[in-house]
Design a binder for this molecule. Structure first.
Ligand SMILES: *Cc1c(COP(=O)(O)O)cnc(C)c1O
Length: 223
């Protein structure tokens, strides 16, 4: 078995004070989660609804689940009853569906706005201009079962640290812009989720508040 306990502790030692660690457990067995749970870690990230459902049923109920994958609107109703945060909001349709399903179960769901900044076509999220338009439109203000906590993004998958740094800084600046425009008085709008196994040290230098780390803790994923 991969030495997940040691790896989690190693990662924690490299994190700055106050940075939230989301342990990305997708594709890994529940025994791995139990290992780090035993060390007191509670926040885990999953990217597939079915896998999350099964782990949620089998594992302790005080685990804080973050959904970090592409979320189809028809899957929202299955995760809303128990998920703590949906980090990957990328359309008004998805926001509407989360609002609707959260109202049904009388919950308020924390969400992050997923930004598309990276070069690659394949990266999900909305561009900054698309977000500007959606936020200006204001429909989201009526959604009382959604709490927008901040932004999330993935940097390009490249070796060029400078490019990655630039992309993180664009995300941080956009956070500031949205904060000043819509959430200046709201302490809950405080999260900048970026940084994965390969780039979280750079992310920390670029004002990340939340890193999502899988491979460094749990080892390579077998798809
Ligand atoms: C899988 C995944 C991660 C973790 O990636 P690692 O490189 O294994 O640390 C982080 N964020 C998102 C959105 C992911 O899908």
């Amino acid at each position: 078995m991969y030495p997940v306990k040691e790896k989690l502790l190693e990662v924690k030692h490299t994190l700055r004070e106050g940075i939230e660690l989301v342990a990305v457990s997708k594709f890994h067995p529940k025994e791995y989660i139990e290992e780090v749970y035993a060390l007191g870690h509670r926040v885990f990230g999953e990217s597939r609804e079915q896998e999350l459902k099964q782990k949620h049923q089998e594992l302790p109920q005080d685990i804080v689940w973050h959904f970090i994958g592409h979320l189809q609107t028809n899957k929202v109703k299955y995760i809303v009853p128990y998920v703590s945060m949906i980090e990957t909001v990328d359309s008004i349709r998805l926001l509407r569906e989360i609002e609707k399903q959260a109202a049904k179960v009388d919950r308020v769901i924390d969400v992050l706005l997923e930004l598309h900044i990276a070069d690659e076509e394949t990266k999900s999220g909305m561009t900054l201009d698309e977000w500007r338009e959606l936020l200006a439109d204001g429909e989201w203000k009526e959604m009382s079962h959604i709490r927008i906590r901040g932004i999330m993004m993935m940097a390009s998958n490249v070796d060029d640290d400078e490019q990655i740094r630039q992309e993180f800084n664009i995300a941080a600046d956009f956070f500031d812009e949205v904060k000043a425009t819509y959430f200046a008085d709201d302490d809950f709008f405080s999260e900048r989720s970026y940084g994965m196994s390969g780039d979280y040290m750079i992310a920390q230098e670029c004002r990340s508040t939340m890193v999502r780390i899988g491979t460094t803790i749990f080892g390579p994923r077998v798809y």
